[in-house]
Design a binder for this molecule. Structure first.
Ligand SMILES: Cc1cc2nc3c(=O)[nH]c(=O)nc-3n(C[C@H](O)[C@H](O)[C@H](O)COP(=O)(O)O)c2cc1C
Length: 192
């Protein structure tokens, strides 16, 4: 298998990371890969914001409130445990990135195309990280959509939309399995 093909097929989402710094050169390589993604009309609609401890800490009041609400609606009584887990999901990943795509209030088709391009850029970054031995998880949890998150990052929701957070770091587990992948025959159809 070619290196490229094995990179594509071996990548798995990673949820638990070693307490090990990811070097800036590895991150820059990933963002260069991201920045070479295609975009229709060359809009380059993607932006990557790396969240340091101070910015992450500013998110915590909302992270805790959202965890409390979710626990309540799921009938979970141990709020403290749910809150602790939610805080660690934001504070523990060695790398936390908010990815935004350009908003276009007058042209929803263009906005959609830009979203598609930003997804390509993000996945380029994910695959580049994977090639460097760094695992990641794309997250669209409620905090990524909260209005205060825009304030914490210092962006305006009429110009940029957060399409998710990327958590990244060296994987704790080595044997990452693919789950629920379909057979090729279920997803590929040759037409006459
Ligand atoms: C748009 C998008 C949003 C995602 N959001 C979340 C999320 O909020 N929480 C999470 O645990 N995983 C999230 N994931 C990761 C998926 O759960 C994961 O890709 C899926 O389980 C398939 O596993 P694989 O990436 O190892 O192939 C997201 C993936 C995508 C593409």
């Amino acid at each position: 298998m070619s290196d490229v093909q094995s990179n594509l097929t071996s990548r798995r989402t990673v949820y638990e990371y070693l307490d090990q710094v990811v070097d800036d050169t590895i991150l820059d390589k990933a963002f260069i890969a991201a920045n070479n993604a295609p975009s229709h009309k060359q809009t380059n609609p993607w932006r990557f914001y790396l969240l340091g401890r101070e910015t992450r800490t500013n998110l915590l009041p909302d992270v805790i409130e959202l965890a409390r609400q979710k626990a309540k609606s799921n009938g979970i009584e141990d709020f403290e445990k749910a809150e602790k887990r939610a805080v660690s999901k934001i504070m523990d990943p060695p790398v936390l990135v908010a990815i935004t795509s350009k908003v276009n209030s007058v042209d929803s088709f263009r906005e959609n195309e830009d979203y598609a391009a930003t997804v390509c850029a993000l996945h380029n970054a994910i695959l580049s990280l994977w090639d460097s031995g760094v695992g990641s998880q794309w997250s669209t949890g409620a905090i990524t959509r909260h209005e205060n998150t825009y304030t914490a990052i210092g962006i305006s929701d009429d110009k940029e939309r957060i399409i998710g957070f990327l958590k990244a770091g060296y994987p704790q587990k080595k044997d990452l399995r693919s789950k629920n992948k379909k057979e090729l025959s279920e997803i590929r159809f040759y037409l006459p």
